[in-house]
Every structure is written in structure tokens, then in C-alpha cells.
Design a protein around this ligand. Structure first.
Ligand code: PLP
Length: 444
């Protein structure tokens, strides 16, 4: 494709290296230029309007153009645009948000530590896990178990827990302390006649076998998303989290629940932990914490996790970790206001109320001759397509047609994923899926 010289598209190709593209062939297609956003919509530089069916990257809960957030950001910028929280300094916005998160947490949490992305947060949890094991005099207890198709980010440790081979290839990942168990894809991998509970027990049995094979004294933690999202939206079957937690407790393996996508209402409760009855030792939050208006993530930890780390820092003389932007005052101020909006507008209730319609429309689409099945919970879902002759291309084909119809959704292999802003209305859900139905009729 050729673009006008000096156009934003041409300068993008000339100067910018993008994530998650074939860099060498990027110029063949270039990028869609998104210029502005309003509610559930974004607009490109030709003025075309799209329903943002993935809320950006699963994250803009309150929608685009929310003035309360820009007002709070401006006020905080004017008052104190930056200060750090190193070495016995602090500021109001980070304290206010930490207090709020402790009050909201689904299980008693002791402390909050702020970072700026989901990857950084998960990476730091691994570092803290190792620090804690050393503190407890268990230097061998360092292995981390993730899941195939799980997504926890892209830094060296978080990327290693991620269970997607394309994110490992040529980066020399995963680190050798990382292991993976199966994705709980009941619809795709259950044995003939296997019930959901039996499947969940088999998944937990696989985890237990791995822990025993590695040696329970060498396994520190298990990382999991309540609903696996970026891997293709896999909702765990009945009993899955209960069976997994029983194994983890038996072998004193800590449970890190990655709520980066599920947190703040996505599954119809404030946290995915509440939807699925999960009791985390550590919770990781990001994305909808600030509706991604500013980069922000948070690690919430129980006293059992935090206590030994505090002891070790006293022995070492300091907790030797922190970022220039840890607890950034503008990001934390925006985060708090964003959570207030989610609460005041009852966006979690909106998600719960609209979920039956959302899932029913997805299920209708799954009856289309080109589709295979659908899955989802709350306002996150996926449509699985019948593969083309060359597998893994059907999702991208539907994604491209959907964009022509004015809907942005995310293709993952033969799947198209949906995760709209939590402010979406029933009418807008109908419009979004009507467009997908038209797109399905014409993909090839
Ligand atoms: N964890 C989960 C569950 C995610 O979905 C993501 C990003 O999609 C991450 C972690 C990484 O977050 P970030 O892209 O902010 O590093």
C-alpha cells in the first residue's frame, strides 16, 4: 500500500517500530490511524466511526472522552505533576488509591504496590516471590507455573509465564524456572463424555503431577487469569478454580491471580476472583484500573505474602526495587476517579444486566455456517470460526470485514474476541453484533 508523502501513515512507517507486527512487512499494510474517541466509539483520520468492541486493549471501561478523568488529570498536573515515592516520600493520590484498593479487595489484603503496566507488575511479583522464598530460608522454592495460552505480559519473567510460543520465539524465553500446565479449554479439549467437573479434576491432577515431579519444595507460585483473555477467551469450567486451589494449598504454592483484564467489572462482579470463588495470595490489577487513560498497575498482597518480604528488607537494609513512575500522582489520581465512575454509574451492574444479551447474540452468531461455537462471561466473549483451508486465518478475515462494517474486534487465530467498554448499552450491543453478522455473511 502507498501513502501520501508526509502523511501520518507514511511517517508512521518511516519512524515507528510497533508491537505485535511483522516488522519487515509492516509497510505493506501500514496502520489504521485513530484520531479521537467518544463513548464506545473511536474515529479514524477519515472521520469513519467504529464501535470499539475490544475497549482498546480490553481496557477502556468507562469509554472514550470521559471528561471527569481529563479534569482530574489536569488538576493533578497543575498541583503536583510528578513526585516519587522512594526513600520515605509519599503523596496523597497514591495513598488514596492504595486505601481504596485495600477496601475493595475481595479478600483481606495487607499492602498495595504500584507499577505502570501489567507486565511490570507480574514481573515484580516473580521477583518478590523469589525474595520471599529466600526470606523464608527456602532458596529452592523458586519455580513458577503458568498455563498454555495464559497471558501475563512480555517482560523477561512475565513473558516467561505467558504460555504463547509466538511470544517466546527467538527471545530465549521462557526462563528455566518457569513451567506450564494445560489451558482449561473444556469445549476444545474435554475427553468424550467428560463432565466439566471431571475435566476440572483432570486439570488439577495435571497440576499436582507437575508439582510432584518438580518437587513441591521447588515450586513457589501459580499464575492465572480468572478468565484467560488474550489467549482467546477461555472461561474456566465448573469447579476449575476450586480444584486448582485445593492442590496449591496442599503444596504451599502461592496463587497469583492476574486480574489485569477481569478486574473492575469485566466478568459481572468487581473482580474475577468473586465470579469464580478464587482466594488469591496476590492480585495483579491494571487496564480498567484507570480505563488505560494513563499507564497504571497495582499489586495487592496478603500479609502472608508481604510479611516475609518486609522481614527480608530489614535484613538486607532496603527493599531494592522501585520505578521513577511508581505510584505516579497523575496516574493514581485518574485511577481513583475512574473507580469512582465505575461505582457511581454501576458499570459492574450494567455488565451483569447486559451479559445475557451479549452472550445470546454471540451464541446466535455461532449458528452461522462459517462459525463453530461461542463462549464468554460478563462482557467478554469470543466467536470461534470454522478454520479456512489454511488454519489460523479465519479470525483475521472476519476482523478485517468487521472493520469495514464499523466494528473493531480482536482476532486470535480462528477466533474473534469481544470486550466492549462497560458503558455499552443493549442497543449498541445489537448494533455491534448485527455488523458482525453482515461481516460473517461475506468473509472468504
Ligand atoms: N496480564 C494480562 C491478563 C493481560 O491481559 C495483559 C495485557 O494484555 C498483561 C498482563 C500485560 O499488561 P501490559 O500490556 O500492560 O504489560
Amino acid at each position: 500500500m502507498t501513502f501520501l508523502p508526509n502523511s501520518i501513515e507514511a511517517r508512521d512507517i518511516a519512524y515507528q517500530m510497533h508491537p505485535l507486527v511483522d516488522l519487515k512487512n509492516y509497510e505493506k499494510t501500514g496502520a489504521l490511524v485513530i484520531e479521537r474517541g467518544e463513548g464506545i466509539y473511536v474515529f479514524d483520520n477519515n472521520g469513519k466511526r467504529y464501535i470499539e468492541g475490544l475497549a482498546g486493549l480490553w481496557s477502556v471501561a468507562v469509554g472514550f472522552g470521559e471528561k471527569r478523568l481529563s479534569d482530574v488529570a489536569k488538576a493533578q498536573m497543575d498541583k503536583l505533576p510528578y513526585y516519587h515515592i522512594f526513600s520515605h516520600k509519599t503523596h496523597g493520590p497514591s495513598v488514596d488509591l492504595a486505601e481504596k484498593l485495600i477496601q475493595m479487595a475481595p479478600v483481606p489484603m495487607s499492602k498495595v504496590h504500584f507499577t505502570s503496566s501489567g507486565s511490570e507488575a507480574n514481573d515484580l511479583v516473580v521477583k518478590m516471590m523469589w525474595y520471599r522464598s529466600n526470606a523464608l530460608g527456602k532458596p529452592e522454592k523458586k519455580k513458577i507455573i503458568g498455563r498454555v495460552k495464559g497471558y501475563h505480559g512480555v517482560t523477561i519473567a512475565a513473558g516467561s509465564i505467558t504460555g504463547l510460543p509466538r511470544n517466546h520465539a527467538s527471545f530465549d524465553l521462557p526462563l528455566d524456572r518457569m513451567r506450564h500446565v494445560s489451558c482449561p479449554d473444556y469445549a476444545g479439549t474435554a475427553l468424550p463424555g467428560e463432565s466439566e467437573i471431571a475435566f476440572s479434576r483432570r486439570m488439577a491432577g495435571e497440576l499436582e503431577d507437575l508439582i510432584l515431579a518438580e518437587g513441591p519444595d521447588t515450586v513457589a507460585a501459580f499464575f492465572g487469569e480468572p478468565v484467560m483473555a488474550s489467549g482467546g477467551v477461555y472461561v474456566p469450567p465448573e469447579g476449575y478454580w476450586q480444584e486448582i486451589q485445593a492442590v496449591l494449598r496442599k503444596y504451599e504454592v502461592m496463587l497469583v491471580v492476574d486480574e489485569v483484564i477481569c478486574g473492575f467489572g469485566r466478568t459481572g462482579e468487581m473482580f474475577g476472583c468473586q465470579t469464580f470463588g478464587i482466594e488469591p495470595d496476590v492480585m495483579v490489577l491494571s487496564k480498567q484500573i484507570s480505563s488505560s487513560y494513563l499507564p497504571l498497575s497495582a499489586i495487592l498482597m496478603t500479609e502472608d505474602f508481604y510479611g516475609p518480604i518486609a522481614e527480608e528488607s530489614a535484613r538486607v537494609g532496603t527493599f531494592g526495587h522501585g520505578y521513577t513512575a511508581s505510584g505516579h500522582p497523575v496516574a493514581t489520581a485518574v485511577g481513583l476517579e475512574n473507580i469512582r465512575i465505575i461505582e457511581e454509574r454501576d458499570l459492574v451492574g450494567n455488565c451483569r444486566r447486559l451479559s445475557p444479551l451479549f452472550l445470546a447474540r454471540l451464541a446466535d452468531l455461532a449458528r452461522h455456517p462459517r462459525a463453530k461455537s461461542s463462549r464468554g462471561v460478563g462482557l467478554i466473549g469470543a466467536l470461534e470460526l470454522k478454520p479456512f483451508a489454511e488454519g489460523g486465518k479465519a479470525g483475521a478475515a472476519l476482523q478485517a470485514r468487521a472493520m469495514e462494517e464499523g466494528v473493531i474486534a480482536r482476532a486470535i487465530g480462528d477466533t474473534l474476541c469481544f470486550c466492549p467498554p462497560l458503558i455499552i448499552t443493549a442497543e449498541q450491543i445489537e448494533t455491534m453484533f448485527d455488523a458482525i453478522a453482515r461481516a460473517l455473511d461475506t468473509i472468504s
